[in-house]
Design a protein around this ligand. Structure first.
Ligand code: MG
Ligand code: MG
Length: 250
């Protein structure tokens, strides 16, 4: 069931979105060699709670952190740890949700740690740009398949691949709502987009094959070929004025 939001509800979602975006920004500023992933998680939780919100991920399905922090070949759902330190050349994905006023925000970004390989930089840039290509399609009257096709066809030209086993989703009073928003698809197919739909568009892009494996910790998802993966996500409201990125802070 898709919950369409009216303009008042979208206004409320802007607050959840802003806090989410700010938390990622602050964590991103703290990314450097020697910082533990638990420290990034602490920064995120502190900001979200300071704003009177709750970290959406904390306790979600038993998840122990406030953010998912995934390094290099880890695609998503990495568990923050005081024993896991960032190293020069790593790429780190930070995925955050904040809940306030009855609504969630959901956003992710990938940060380089110091100087990284040219391939890592290309992957990060292509992932971010694939989000933009997908989001351009998030307009009234288009379909979900238009978004996924735009993401997938953009990254293919670099030899990269989109993760198929995990997808974007609706966002609202629940963190994960209908519809699913895959990063692949057929133009003109799938759920029709209408005014007031709010969706997380979140390309998860692998440098190598699209296959992924879940680790024995029950959370961390890694690439099947252990090559790099990048992630970029915003919560996007579909409006008469086009897509609005609720979690983007300037
Ligand atoms: Mg997310
Ligand atoms: Mg999401």
């Amino acid at each position: 069931m898709i919950y369409v939001k009216n303009s008042e509800q979208i206004e409320k979602m802007k607050l959840a979105g802003r806090i989410t975006g700010e938390a990622i920004l602050l964590a991103g500023e703290a990314v450097r060699e020697g910082v533990s992933t638990a420290e990034l998680d602490r920064i995120i939780r502190h900001h979200i709670e300071k704003c009177g919100a709750k970290p959406s991920f904390l306790g979600y399905g038993g998840f122990p952190g406030s953010a998912c922090i995934s390094i290099n070949d880890e695609v998503i759902h990495g568990i923050p740890s005081p024993k896991r330190y960032l190293k020069e050349g790593d790429i780190v994905k930070i995925d955050v949700g904040a809940f306030i006023g009855g609504y969630h925000g959901d956003s992710a970004n990938t940060f380089p740690v110091g100087k990284v390989s040219d391939e890592a930089l290309r992957l990060i840039e292509a992932t971010k740009e694939s989000f933009r290509k997908g989001a351009e399609q998030a307009v009234i009257g288009n379909r979900i398949g238009d978004i996924g096709h735009a993401v997938d066809s953009y990254v293919k030209q670099f030899g990269f691949s989109t993760v198929k086993d995990y997808v974007g989703h609706g966002v609202g009073q629940k963190l994960h709502e209908d519809p699913s928003v895959p990063n692949y698809g057929t133009p003109g197919h799938g759920v029709k987009l209408c005014r007031g739909m709010v969706i997380a568009i979140e390309p998860m892009i692998n440098a190598g094959v699209s296959g992924v494996i879940q680790l024995a910790d029950g959370w961390t998802v890694i690439t099947a070929d252990r090559k790099l993966s990048a992630h970029y996500e915003h919560t996007v409201a579909i409006t008469d004025d086009g897509p609005i990125f609720l979690t983007e802070v300037k």
